[in-house]
Design a protein around this ligand. Structure first.
Ligand code: UDP
Length: 329
């Protein structure tokens, strides 16, 4: 008997790669998505596979799945600063009500559940690099608050279900991840820079570009998540690539990679944009025997090949959004 897994956010970036991984590993996969930020294009290749089913459903409403379930991976959520501004209530609901529904389902089915938490629980961190023990520095009422607080609540309710109901839970704190199927118009830095380079526009660096991020290639991220699900560790684990780079240096790297000779222009830094972000992955190394393997050069090349394969119409749809009008003074 094949094991059955429910993946929410299945049509999104990470969700769709997880569907591929679990199909590859011989599971029956039920993908669920309400398609507000996801795109069926990311999973259409799976529709002909008899081990894959898709439910078009919003997990903030009661979730019903017939039959047995061994695992649940909750990856439904808007996940970019532009989304938080456009759909703040849905962002709050999917992390809170959605997680509650899925924990209820896990309890009912006696399934193990892994929830997608985030480095955003650390806010604009005052500790560097961030270990799982750091409690974070989050502005509850800022533009990112809807995401950050939903994810913090998500961790709390998950631990409560674990401790009170004894269900098997896993919490992944996911750091910036990139690769094919990132949404071109989500405003995140990699699709933004790639889209700009391919359309022949200048690259927009926010602030002076001294803020840092640490980017993990999607294949590495998925392997870390898979190992965490199968581990017996129920406290949060950082899953990300510790190789840190400033956004300005990164913009220069992209110009070299794309060979497009673009200029860099500077725009105001969005409110509460974290100044430094780098995961401490000591725990993941020790508990999961995992660390990223794919270099930024290799990962970025694969990602660029993906963006290059998009049609001119798709590229135009991604007109870059300017955050400056959303800055709350
Ligand atoms: N960023 C930028 N130009 C852009 C988009 C983003 O300089 O066109 C910066 C942004 O201010 C942030 C970093 O890139 O400091 C990463 O942004 P992203 O939205 O990808 O992720 P997050 O801030 O959630 O890590």
């Amino acid at each position: 008997m094949k094991k059955r897994v429910l993946i929410t956010g299945a049509a999104g970036f990470l969700g769709s790669h997880l569907c591929d991984k679990f199909i590859l590993e011989g599971y029956e996969v039920i993908g669920m998505d309400n398609l507000i930020t996801g795109d069926l294009k990311n999973i259409e290749h799976l529709f002909k596979n008899s081990d894959f089913e898709f439910y078009h459903h919003d997990v903030s409403k009661f979730v019903h799945v017939s039959g047995t379930l061994d695992y649940i991976l909750h990856f439904a959520s808007p996940a970019s600063p532009i989304d938080y501004l456009k759909i703040p209530i849905q962002t709050l609901k999917v992390g809170s009500l959605g997680t509650h529904n899925l924990l209820g389902l896990a309890k009912e089915k006696n399934a193990r559940i892994l929830i997608a938490s985030t480095s955003e629980v650390y806010g604009d961190p005052l500790v560097h690099p961030q270990t799982e023990e750091y409690y974070g520095n989050v502005n509850t009422i800022g533009p990112r608050g809807v995401y950050d607080e939903a994810k913090r609540f998500q961790e709390s309710i998950t631990m409560a279900y674990h401790r009170f109901h004894g269900i098997e839970t896993r919490i992944a704190r996911i750091f910036n991840t990139y690769g094919p199927r990132m949404r071109l118009n989500d405003g995140r830095v990699i699709p933004a820079f790639m889209g700009q380079a391919l359309r022949g526009e200048d690259l927009t660096v926010f602030g002076d570009g001294s803020q840092t991020r640490s980017f993990c290639y999607v294949e590495d991220e998925i392997e870390g998540l898979y190992r965490l699900l199968l581990s017996d560790y129920s406290l949060p684990v950082n899953i990300g690539n510790p190789l840190e780079i400033s956004i300005l240096d990164f913009a220069e790297e992209i110009i070299k990679l794309t060979g497009t000779n673009q200029k860099i222009i500077f725009k105001p830094l969005p409110k509460d944009d974290p100044m430094q972000r780098q995961p401490d992955i000591t725990k993941a190394k020790k508990i999961l025997g995992w660390e990223p393997k794919i270099s930024r050069a290799e990962g970025m090349k694969k990602t660029f090949d993906y963006f290059k394969s998009l049609t001119p119409e798709e590229l135009l749809k991604s007109e870059h959004k300017d955050f400056s009008k959303h800055i709350i003074k």
